[in-house]
Design a binder for this molecule. Structure first.
Ligand code: ATP
Ligand code: MG
Length: 332
């Protein structure tokens, strides 16, 4: 089977609906045809300030949500990044092949560093994409299913793989990003031109997978729309309504025109009510399952440990190969 790699940061207590629609729903489908590795990338989460006890808890919660959303740890390799030290080791090697200017062109770094300010921006945030390249390349990955905010990072990964292969001989498989175009970006409900993010400043426009469903319903009802009053997809002039239509279509598997028809001549109130029901129905069982898994953290930790062992064996083989090729002396 071809290999698949993807991951999410444990940067919040809950995942948000963009993570679910843009990533998890694809992962769930793709895990059948691919030898899939899904990581909770806790080393990446260190690029923002964390309370240690909370980070541990967020890591478990992220893993539980993967499983609750349908990732099967017997089928796919679902593990915690820091359990496999080869990630940090390969990242170091790749950082020596990455240009300073090249890393400086990453738009996510520009966005996040601007938000954090000079003093809170770490070297780790700058080299984040190099660690992400290591994550992917360690597993000889064929495809990387992500939202379009990660496309540039996967491009860098490809460049680094080709650069290494060119200099030292073919070592890495060069991965392809897989981006579901129509759901590649879910926007904030209160600010529908900004990407919805776990680390958004305000939580009013974010739909959390683990929130009380009634709370999510309220947020849908309060979502920013426009004064036109017709349920119609028009990304440019109606970003709020268009975003809601994309969410509606993604969660129901319906086409946008059929949803537009259903709500033709009806107000936004009806439409939002319909979407609130869809969201609650989708999230309720996922939330219940995740909370159930979190009731038994010891069992969850055992599953993660077994999966980490599987990941480690693949990662070690690639890293050993890399060390040999670049001329590091093997310990006798
Ligand atoms: P953070 O704010 O901490 O960066 P995030 O919500 O951006 O959190 P990540 O852990 O960075 O989440 O990304 C996890 C996956 O979810 C990636 O594949 C990313 O492309 C996807 N993703 C994140 N936000 C969205 C979104 N708004 N729409 C679609 N996909 C998204
Ligand atoms: Mg992100």
């Amino acid at each position: 089977k071809p290999r698949l790699y993807s991951g999410m940061q444990p940067s919040a207590d809950s995942l948000q609906i963009g993570n679910y629609i843009g990533a998890l729903m694809q992962w769930r489908d793709l895990q059948e045809a691919y030898d899939a590795f899904f990581s909770v990338v806790d080393l990446h989460a260190l690029t923002q300030p964390n309370d240690p006890a909370e980070l541990r808890e967020k890591t478990r919660r992220t893993a539980a949500q993967y499983i609750a959303a349908g990732i099967e740890p017997s089928k796919s390799t679902l593990y915690v990044q820091s359990h496999v030290p080869a990630h940090a080791e390969l990242a170091w090697v790749l950082s020596t092949l990455t240009g300073f200017g090249e890393a400086g062109r990453m738009t996510q770094f520009k966005d996040k560093s601007q938000r954090y300010g000079q003093d809170a921006t770490s070297v780790g945030l700058f080299t984040y994409p190099v660690l992400m390249a290591a994550d992917i390349l360690l597993y000889q990955t064929d495809i990387v299913p992500v939202g379009d905010d990660q496309k540039q990072h996967v491009e860098l990964t490809r460049d680094l793989a080709e650069r290494f292969n060119g200099r030292y001989g073919t070592t890495f498989r060069v991965p392809m990003p897989v981006i579901q175009q129509d759901t590649a970006r879910i926007y904030d409900l209160q600010n529908p031109t900004a990407k919805m993010s776990k680390s958004a400043e305000s939580d009013a426009g974010v739909l959390w997978l683990l929130d009380e469903p009634s709370k999510s319903a309220k947020k849908v009802m309060r979502a920013v729309t426009d004064s036109e009053g017709s349920v119609r997809y028009d990304r440019e002039n109606k970003p709020g309504v268009s975003n809601l239509l994309v969410i509606y279509a993604a969660l129901t598997g319906r086409q946008i025109p059929s949803i537009e028809d259903e709500y033709a001549g009806r107000g936004y109130g009806d439409f939002k009510k319909g979407l609130a029901d869809v969201v609650v129905n989708e999230f309720e069982p996922v939330r219940a399952r995740a909370l159930e898994l979190l009731d038994d953290p010891a069992e969850l930790d055992r599953v993660l440990a077994a999966n980490a062992a599987r990941a480690e064996s693949v990662a070690r083989a690639t890293l050993g190969d890399v060390y040999d090729r670049i001329g590091l002396l093997r310990r006798a």
